[in-house]
Design a protein around this ligand. Sequence first.
Ligand SMILES: Nc1ncnc2c1ncn2[C@@H]1O[C@H](COP(=O)(O)OP(=O)(O)OP(=O)(O)O)[C@@H](O)[C@H]1O
Ligand SMILES: [Mg+2]
Length: 320
Amino acid sequence: MIKRPRPKLTFFHGMVSCAPIMLELFELVRRVAQTNASILIRGETGTGKELVAQAAHELSQRNRAPFMAVNCATLTSELLASELFGHVRGAFTGAVRDRQGLFARADGGTLFLDEVAEIEPEIQARLLRVLQEKTFVPLGATEAVSVDVRIFSATHKALRREVEQGRFRADLMYRIRVVPIFLPPLRDREGDVEALAWHFLDELNRDGGRQVQSFTAGAMKALLSHDYPGNVRELRNVLEYAFAVGQGPEISLGELTPELRGEGPPPELGAKTSDTAVTREKARILDALDATGGKKAQAAARLGMSRSTLWRKMREHALS
Ligand SMILES: Nc1ncnc2c1ncn2[C@@H]1O[C@H](COP(=O)(O)OP(=O)(O)OP(=O)(O)O)[C@@H](O)[C@H]1O
Ligand SMILES: [Mg+2]
């Protein structure tokens, strides 16, 4: 059972961190929220882009007006246009009654365009017009409607590259990216994997099911050596999984997901590692460690395995 460290955690509108890089980001969000500037939030999946957007709205002077969100990647162009601008009855087949769009419903508040890089050129042009003129025409209508909406956007892509490659309009990028905010991946947030692991342990204990006090040393080591391509969401899911499948007061290595334990997908049925394969693997690992001067991260990269896999295999082969 390992001892719990006591890092100084900062809580910010549903986000938790102890990493200096994140505390700076929270301050930036706090300052920018007070203005009317459009914000573009960029970051990998699960880094908290939506949480930042909600925080900025809550901290803004628009917080009594609605915060409306739309995922631009999941709708066809036609549906997205009708979602954003609304339509009048008979605008297209199936438009059996008038429908207010998100711009109208978010009037006075904030509209969050999630996965903004996925918007088709035709809708990009219409969006630009709304942002420039602060008016829009619902599908099938003749009169323009005035709105006052602040735009937040999010993407996991580098929007500038999308512009360079002709997929996104430069003029629209400048409109929506007045303040760019970059959310670092979890692996770049110093101390956060450990701090968040303990934080989520507390949170999951409060659900009232299994009560966990700590982690085994092996489990914590595996948690700390994983890369988290799914970022904070992935870490939380891993712990939720461990709570669900295991029992007792400690989270052990065996309760972590196969990725965390450094295993690939389960081996094919009947495939058994022969003795010669074991010897060959041991030799390859020794070669890689030798070639990299004992640097495990580099050796793992050379071998095409994660650091945690290498670490586990070294133990299996009794290489310290
Ligand atoms: N700093 C944090 N502290 C605590 N929980 C967090 C933090 N960041 C993210 N989370 C958790 O991860 C989940 C995902 O966050 P969010 O939906 O904001 O990510 P996202 O960047 O929008 O991801 P996607 O690109 O997949 O939409 C949240 O619901 C929350 O449970
Ligand atoms: Mg999101």
